[in-house]
Design a protein around this ligand. Sequence first.
Ligand code: B12
Length: 256
Amino acid sequence: MRKEDIRKYAMNIGADVVGFAAIADYHSPLSPAPQEIMPGVQSMVVTGYRENDGAVDSPNKRISMTSRMGGMELSMKNNYLIARHIEKEYQAKAAPVAVSYPLEMSGKGKGMVGDISMRHAAHAAGLGVFGRHNLIINPVHGTRMIYTVILTSLLLTSDPSITEDLCTDCGLCVEACPANALDEEGKTNQMRCLKNSQPYGIGGTLKYINSFIGASPEEQKNLLKEPVFLELYQAGFIGFQYNCWQCMAVCPVGIS
Ligand code: B12
């Protein structure tokens, strides 16, 4: 009853899939214990948002990123509303967790570990299974999904988990990865992926700053005219910008 009410509420405001997991069923190898984020947490509501096919398939990655930012923004607003709905209707506490950012940058995770691992959350809530690309495959939407979580003190049972292996082991994701980041099964080479998918992220910023330090005033003037500086400047105020969707784009599951 509560689960159906929350599911209906979330889907009415734009979530494509909604699942539930009791905290005891969520296991992430690296993310902190959910109790450290929200004392008294009992369950999580996991929502998924479908990427736009035209955007994922676009050769122009600004277009892919524009759609992703739309999904991130909608999910952030919806998470706030779903959390408010839970707090008002059920007198329970609720805390939204972001799609990806902000991330803890200073601890041992160094910007690579989310407060909640959305893939493990989606898996625990019966929304999908891990594929060869180490992403979650949903039975209806395939890989083209982003996931978010709302933690709550409300006691909710886990939805049934998916036992079927949805990955066809076609190997397309491994072949299509321009950084060869998926060569080792069960592990994404994060540094290779990061360097290719976020050229204007932290690595690119450090490289640019280091080239600036020690350069002559004349060289510095020229460095400020480099396109890389303009890209870094833009990423600085827009936020994390992905430049690659290949493993998601080539996955054939759920694509008609
Ligand atoms: C940091 C981060 C990255 C980093 C590091 C990735 C990584 N290996 O963790 C980088 C920059 C490389 C990255 C890349 C991408 N990311 Co990213 N990323 C995140 C973020 C913010 C945190 C991930 C995290 O906590 N990792 C730490 C732990 C969980 O990783 P781990 O211990 O190595 O766990 C691995 C094993 O458990 C393994 N595994 C393999 N087989 C199996 C089987 C079972 C049964 C289990 C339980 C586990 C398992 O899978 C895990 C990943 O390698 C999440 C958002 C979030 N809060 O979850 C998004 C997230 C994982 N990213 C996402 C996406 C889409 C991408 C990219 C496609 C880029 C893009 N354009 O969006 C690529 C895909 C790379 C890939 N194929 O792996 C989505 C995935 C959606 C989905 N459908 O699954 C997420 C969930 C964002 C979201 N909210 O939707 N990402």
